[in-house]
Design a protein around this ligand. Structure first.
Ligand code: BG6
Length: 300
């Protein structure tokens, strides 16, 4: 369903949830609760804004982002699925899979008793998606907007053989100044350093940022905290069903090459991605499902 009036008639919630046509003709869902507001794009079932009441935005969206059908947006909470990074065997396929650039169907919207709003999306399969992925793995994104922002990606294996995926909730956080930001929780973890030919290293102390940083921390279920001293706040990241955490900031040169980071955008963003990547692939047995869950909250 891509008609805004039909979507509002079926899934709108008075005063809390409305569908609107936004930039590039993409459909957005505006969610208003007593605790926070959010905007979610139907393309990619991608959260593009989350603002707790009285707070600065927690989710970053680039001022240079493209908004067009089939193009990935720069910012928000992109869903990387059913593979993370380059495809394992076919370099012609898009990095991070196709889930973030295709429309998803709305399955359910619901106002919860605690004041939060929950939305369930299902990736709409098509000849184009089936050409890239030949397995029967319906996938849903469950998003809850309230005191916290919770995102849960549910992959079901309806096939008759095991299916292996990699994946990430590739969240872009808004921060005051990357040069005054650190990430804690990954001390002593092993990581693959993508800016050093993927070499394996061990994290010592908190992560600080002085250059392009692109790391897959492996075998970690740890809670991470973004310590944002410029904005004097912390963002807490709690996850389940995730063994990897990706930490990424493109810094100056790579941002210039990317062309959609906005002016000095790299100073105001940081990706901390709850993932299953590299050696942490997930194999899903036939008839079972796998859940990748993350919850974000802010504290002073
Ligand atoms: C990160 C990767 O997850 O995503 C980086 O580790 C990559 O290597 C970045 O550059 C952005 O990817 P994309 O496809 O959105 O430009």
């Amino acid at each position: 369903m891509t008609d805004v009036s039909a979507l509002n008639a079926r899934f709108g919630i008075k005063g809390k949830l409305a569908f609107r046509e936004g930039k590039g003709g993409l459909i957005g869902i505006e969610v208003t609760t007593e605790h926070s507001t959010a905007v979610i794009a139907l393309q990619g079932a991608q959260v593009v804004s989350w603002i707790p009441a009285g707070e600065k935005p927690v989710i970053w969206l680039s001022t240079g982002s493209k908004f067009a059908a089939g193009k990935s947006m720069r910012g928000g909470v992109p869903v990387c699925w059913p593979w993370f990074g380059a495809h394992a065997t076919n370099p012609a396929l898009s990095a991070h899979g196709y889930a973030r650039t295709v429309p998803w169907d709305v399955v359910e919207t619901k106002a919860l008793p605690d004041g939060a709003v929950r939305l369930v999306f299902r990736l709409a399969e098509s000849d184009a998606t089936r050409a890239q992925w030949q397995f029967k793995t319906p996938v849903e994104n469950h998003i809850t907007i309230g005191k916290t922002l919770d995102v849960e990606l549910v992959t079901r294996n309806s096939d008759d053989k095991p299916v292996t995926i990699t994946e990430a909730l590739h969240t872009y956080f808004a921060i005051g100044d990357i040069r005054k930001t650190t990430v804690t929780g990954l001390e002593n973890c092993d990581y693959l350093d993508k800016v050093d030919a993927g070499s394996r290293k061990k994290q010592s102390g908190a992560i600080a940022f002085t250059m392009e940083t692109d790391r897959i921390y492996v075998n970690t279920k740890a809670e991470c905290v973004i310590e944002d001293t410029a904005w004097n706040r912390r963002i807490h990241i709690v996850k389940r069903g995730s063994q990897s955490t990706v930490v990424w900031n493109p810094w100056v040169e790579k941002s210039d090459k990317m062309g959609d980071m906005g002016e000095n955008g790299y100073l105001r963003m940081l990706c901390v991605e709850s993932a299953n990547a590299a050696e942490n692939k997930v194999t899903i047995a036939p008839g079972t499902e796998h859940r990748l869950y993350v919850s974000y909250r802010v504290s002073k």
